[in-house]
Design a protein around this ligand. Structure first.
Ligand code: ZN
Length: 198
Protein backbone atom coordinates (compact mmCIF):
# COMPACT_ATOMS: atom_id res chain seq x y z
CA UNK A 1 0.00 0.00 0.00
CA UNK A 2 1.23 3.49 -0.90
CA UNK A 3 1.68 5.64 2.19
CA UNK A 4 0.94 8.90 0.40
CA UNK A 5 -1.08 9.84 -2.66
CA UNK A 6 0.63 9.39 -6.01
CA UNK A 7 0.88 13.17 -6.46
CA UNK A 8 2.68 13.63 -3.16
CA UNK A 9 4.99 10.73 -3.90
CA UNK A 10 5.91 12.29 -7.21
CA UNK A 11 6.65 15.63 -5.57
CA UNK A 12 8.78 13.93 -2.89
CA UNK A 13 10.71 12.03 -5.57
CA UNK A 14 11.44 15.19 -7.56
CA UNK A 15 12.58 17.08 -4.46
CA UNK A 16 14.74 14.18 -3.25
CA UNK A 17 16.55 14.20 -6.60
CA UNK A 18 17.89 17.71 -5.83
CA UNK A 19 21.42 18.01 -4.42
CA UNK A 20 21.67 18.06 -0.62
CA UNK A 21 18.07 16.98 -0.05
CA UNK A 22 17.59 13.59 1.56
CA UNK A 23 14.31 11.71 1.63
CA UNK A 24 13.34 13.12 5.06
CA UNK A 25 13.87 16.73 3.90
CA UNK A 26 12.04 15.97 0.66
CA UNK A 27 9.00 14.77 2.62
CA UNK A 28 9.10 17.81 4.90
CA UNK A 29 9.36 20.18 1.91
CA UNK A 30 6.61 18.39 0.01
CA UNK A 31 4.14 18.76 2.87
CA UNK A 32 5.22 22.37 3.39
CA UNK A 33 4.52 23.10 -0.30
CA UNK A 34 1.12 21.41 -0.16
CA UNK A 35 0.17 23.60 2.80
CA UNK A 36 1.37 26.83 1.22
CA UNK A 37 -1.23 29.31 -0.16
CA UNK A 38 -1.92 28.72 -3.88
CA UNK A 39 -0.47 32.08 -5.00
CA UNK A 40 2.86 31.41 -3.31
CA UNK A 41 3.06 27.98 -4.93
CA UNK A 42 2.35 29.60 -8.30
CA UNK A 43 5.06 32.22 -7.70
CA UNK A 44 7.61 29.57 -6.79
CA UNK A 45 6.76 27.39 -9.80
CA UNK A 46 6.89 30.42 -12.12
CA UNK A 47 10.28 31.49 -10.70
CA UNK A 48 11.73 28.06 -11.46
CA UNK A 49 10.33 27.97 -14.99
CA UNK A 50 11.36 31.61 -15.73
CA UNK A 51 14.91 31.13 -14.45
CA UNK A 52 15.32 27.98 -16.52
CA UNK A 53 13.96 29.68 -19.63
CA UNK A 54 15.91 32.94 -19.33
CA UNK A 55 19.25 32.19 -17.73
CA UNK A 56 22.01 31.40 -20.18
CA UNK A 57 25.79 31.25 -20.38
CA UNK A 58 27.70 34.49 -21.00
CA UNK A 59 29.16 34.27 -24.50
CA UNK A 60 32.61 35.20 -23.22
CA UNK A 61 33.12 33.72 -19.75
CA UNK A 62 30.23 31.20 -19.65
CA UNK A 63 28.91 32.34 -16.29
CA UNK A 64 25.15 32.18 -15.80
CA UNK A 65 23.50 35.46 -16.77
CA UNK A 66 20.28 36.98 -18.16
CA UNK A 67 22.20 38.77 -20.92
CA UNK A 68 24.30 37.75 -23.92
CA UNK A 69 27.38 39.16 -22.20
CA UNK A 70 27.53 39.24 -18.38
CA UNK A 71 28.11 42.55 -16.50
CA UNK A 72 31.73 41.66 -15.68
CA UNK A 73 32.67 40.91 -19.30
CA UNK A 74 30.74 43.97 -20.48
CA UNK A 75 32.69 46.24 -18.11
CA UNK A 76 35.49 47.90 -20.09
CA UNK A 77 37.20 49.00 -16.86
CA UNK A 78 38.03 45.37 -16.06
CA UNK A 79 41.36 43.94 -17.20
CA UNK A 80 40.34 41.61 -20.02
CA UNK A 81 43.87 40.25 -20.28
CA UNK A 82 43.62 38.66 -16.83
CA UNK A 83 41.39 35.57 -16.66
CA UNK A 84 40.52 33.76 -13.44
CA UNK A 85 39.36 30.20 -14.07
CA UNK A 86 36.69 29.00 -11.61
CA UNK A 87 34.58 25.85 -11.41
CA UNK A 88 31.18 27.54 -11.25
CA UNK A 89 29.24 30.79 -11.07
CA UNK A 90 29.02 30.57 -7.26
CA UNK A 91 32.83 30.64 -7.00
CA UNK A 92 32.93 33.62 -9.35
CA UNK A 93 30.40 35.40 -7.14
CA UNK A 94 32.58 34.68 -4.10
CA UNK A 95 35.53 36.48 -5.73
CA UNK A 96 33.31 39.30 -7.00
CA UNK A 97 32.15 39.86 -3.43
CA UNK A 98 35.70 40.76 -2.41
CA UNK A 99 35.43 43.74 -4.78
CA UNK A 100 39.22 43.66 -5.26
CA UNK A 101 39.68 41.51 -8.36
CA UNK A 102 39.99 43.57 -11.53
CA UNK A 103 40.27 40.88 -14.17
CA UNK A 104 37.60 38.76 -15.82
CA UNK A 105 36.63 35.12 -15.32
CA UNK A 106 36.19 31.84 -17.13
CA UNK A 107 33.59 29.48 -15.69
CA UNK A 108 34.30 25.79 -16.37
CA UNK A 109 30.95 24.45 -15.13
CA UNK A 110 32.58 21.57 -13.32
CA UNK A 111 35.93 19.94 -12.72
CA UNK A 112 37.66 16.92 -14.19
CA UNK A 113 36.74 13.82 -12.21
CA UNK A 114 37.75 10.37 -13.50
CA UNK A 115 35.68 8.88 -10.64
CA UNK A 116 32.49 10.57 -11.84
CA UNK A 117 33.40 10.09 -15.50
CA UNK A 118 33.79 13.85 -16.08
CA UNK A 119 36.54 14.45 -18.63
CA UNK A 120 38.15 17.57 -20.14
CA UNK A 121 35.52 17.66 -22.88
CA UNK A 122 32.69 17.86 -20.34
CA UNK A 123 33.79 21.26 -18.99
CA UNK A 124 34.35 24.58 -20.79
CA UNK A 125 38.04 23.96 -21.54
CA UNK A 126 37.99 24.23 -25.32
CA UNK A 127 36.26 27.57 -24.82
CA UNK A 128 39.06 28.71 -22.50
CA UNK A 129 41.74 27.74 -25.01
CA UNK A 130 39.84 29.65 -27.66
CA UNK A 131 39.91 32.79 -25.51
CA UNK A 132 43.69 32.47 -25.15
CA UNK A 133 44.05 33.13 -28.86
CA UNK A 134 43.33 36.75 -27.95
CA UNK A 135 45.62 39.11 -26.03
CA UNK A 136 45.86 37.40 -22.62
CA UNK A 137 48.65 38.14 -20.14
CA UNK A 138 47.78 35.75 -17.30
CA UNK A 139 45.45 32.90 -16.43
CA UNK A 140 44.82 32.44 -12.70
CA UNK A 141 43.56 28.95 -11.89
CA UNK A 142 41.16 29.21 -8.96
CA UNK A 143 39.58 25.77 -9.02
CA UNK A 144 38.80 24.28 -5.59
CA UNK A 145 41.52 22.53 -3.61
CA UNK A 146 39.65 19.22 -3.82
CA UNK A 147 41.14 16.28 -5.73
CA UNK A 148 39.01 17.21 -8.76
CA UNK A 149 40.00 20.88 -8.50
CA UNK A 150 43.72 20.03 -8.32
CA UNK A 151 43.45 17.54 -11.19
CA UNK A 152 41.75 20.20 -13.28
CA UNK A 153 44.38 22.83 -12.36
CA UNK A 154 47.22 20.48 -13.43
CA UNK A 155 45.47 19.63 -16.66
CA UNK A 156 44.82 23.27 -17.56
CA UNK A 157 48.37 24.39 -16.77
CA UNK A 158 49.81 21.65 -19.02
CA UNK A 159 47.44 22.73 -21.76
CA UNK A 160 48.30 26.43 -21.48
CA UNK A 161 52.09 26.20 -20.96
CA UNK A 162 52.92 25.68 -24.66
CA UNK A 163 50.98 28.83 -25.59
CA UNK A 164 53.41 30.98 -23.58
CA UNK A 165 50.62 32.59 -21.54
CA UNK A 166 51.55 32.98 -17.84
CA UNK A 167 49.66 30.47 -15.65
CA UNK A 168 49.28 30.89 -11.91
CA UNK A 169 47.46 28.97 -9.17
CA UNK A 170 45.83 30.65 -6.17
CA UNK A 171 47.71 30.00 -2.92
CA UNK A 172 46.72 27.12 -0.70
CA UNK A 173 45.41 29.47 2.00
CA UNK A 174 42.15 27.96 0.87
CA UNK A 175 41.59 24.87 3.04
CA UNK A 176 41.97 21.50 1.36
CA UNK A 177 38.70 20.29 -0.05
CA UNK A 178 37.16 23.69 0.66
CA UNK A 179 34.54 25.10 -1.66
CA UNK A 180 35.44 28.66 -2.60
CA UNK A 181 31.91 29.87 -2.07
CA UNK A 182 32.10 29.15 1.69
CA UNK A 183 35.43 30.87 2.25
CA UNK A 184 35.61 34.36 3.73
CA UNK A 185 36.73 37.29 1.61
CA UNK A 186 40.01 37.92 3.45
CA UNK A 187 41.13 34.32 2.85
CA UNK A 188 40.09 34.53 -0.81
CA UNK A 189 42.10 37.74 -1.29
CA UNK A 190 45.13 36.26 0.46
CA UNK A 191 44.91 33.21 -1.81
CA UNK A 192 44.72 35.48 -4.85
CA UNK A 193 47.62 37.71 -3.78
CA UNK A 194 49.79 34.71 -2.89
CA UNK A 195 49.26 32.97 -6.21
CA UNK A 196 52.25 31.13 -7.61
CA UNK A 197 53.36 30.58 -11.17
CA UNK A 198 52.90 27.03 -12.45
ZN1 ZN B 1 30.98 36.97 -18.88
Amino acid sequence: MELYSGHINRLIEELAALPGIGSKSAQRLAFHLINMPQDRVNKLAAAIVDAKANVKNCKECYTLTDKEICPVCANQKRNHGLIMVVENTRDMTAYERTGKYEGVYHVLHGAISPMLGIGPNDIKLKELMHRLEGDIEEVIIATNSSLEGETTAMYISKLIKPTGVKVTRIASGVPVGGDLEYIDEVTLLRALEGRVEL
